[in-house]
Write a protein that binds this ligand. Structure first.
Ligand code: NDP
Length: 258
């Protein structure tokens, strides 16, 4: 039996076991998928056991960067890994958040080349989002509470720090809204031309950001689709085979969206 899991801290809520079990059942793969919930300082003492026991694992907060020093090879350009696979006795890191986000966003928007996209936030998830949007040819700007982090991302990806332009698409990659109350939109943002708003948060399923943008006339989505797509893409890596990504996505969404 193959053994996989998701490694993180404080992740008792995670939907990942459910999503991966649907994929494994569908494909007839004999595999388990655990929640590996460690204290925030627990990685150094646990990494050997994880490597001994697991064929691969997903990585989430707060270990996406810290895991890298424990890997033999990293096959992504971001400083963040969300998928680790044992390959001939070595451990190789990948990032499926970038493509997972892109597939989920464009599921709603279609082609995004040339769109004026405002990204809120400058943490790890924001970098995955910006990387995907820049690769797709969008006109991206970034806004963040801590300006120096927005400037660093803007320099790295050759995008703008937001300066009051009217966006046609807004992405919330901050954690504001997890409480069901806070809205991450910066003061003065003009949403009159905003056609689409995407929140990486998926719990609550409708955030204040989504409600606000919907009222302003935008089509909105939460981040559940990103979670599902990144998981299917991780399964392609774990199993070393191409999957019917969109077909699996539709089936999983039917099951997990109440
Ligand atoms: P980080 O901790 O790396 O970044 C958090 C971001 O939120 C930073 O930009 C931070 O700003 C901002 N922020 C936090 N609190 C406040 C506040 N009170 N006021 C203003 N800004 C604030 O987190 P991640 O980038 O890893 O995750 C961001 C969000 O994306 C989370 O909600 C996470 O659940 C979600 N996510 C969803 C995924 C999915 O599959 N749907 C995948 C990955 C993440 P500052 O820099 O100033 O601190």
């Amino acid at each position: 039996m193959l053994k996989y899991g998701v490694l993180g801290s404080g992740i008792g809520y995670t939907l990942s076991p459910k999503i991966h079990s649907i994929v494994f059942d569908k494909l007839g793969v004999n595999a388990s998928y655990d929640v590996i919930d460690l204290p925030t300082d627990g990685l150094p003492s646990e990494i050997k056991r994880l490597k001994d026991e697991y064929d691969g694992f997903n990585v989430t907060k707060p270990f996406k960067t810290e895991i890298i020093k424990h890997l033999d090879e990293v096959k992504c350009s971001l400083g963040a890994v969300n998928t680790v696979r044992r390959e001939n006795g070595t451990f190789v890191g990948y990032n499926t958040d970038v493509k997972g986000f892109y597939l989920s966003l464009t599921h709603m928007t279609g082609e995004i080349k040339g769109q004026s996209i405002l990204v809120l936030g400058a943490g790890g998830a924001s970098e995955a989002v910006i990387s995907a949007l820049v690769t797709a040819g969008a006109d991206v700007s970034v806004n963040n509470r801590t300006t120096v982090k927005a400037v660093a991302l803007a320099d790295k990806y050759r995008i703008k720090v937001w300066n009051g332009e009217k966006p046609t698409v807004i992405i919330n990659a901050t954690s504001l809204g997890l409480d069901g109350i806070s809205n991450p939109l910066p003061n003065g943002v003009d949403t009159s031309e905003c056609k689409y708003a995407y929140d990486l948060i998926y719990k609550p399923s409708e955030t204040p950001f989504m409600t606000f943008c919907k009222k302003a006339g935008a089509k909105v989505s939460n981040g559940l689709g990103m979670l599902v797509y990144q998981a299917i893409l991780a399964d392609e890596i774990f199993l070393g085979q191409s999957l019917d990504v969109d077909g699996l996505y539709e089936e999983i969404m039917k099951i997990i969206v109440e």
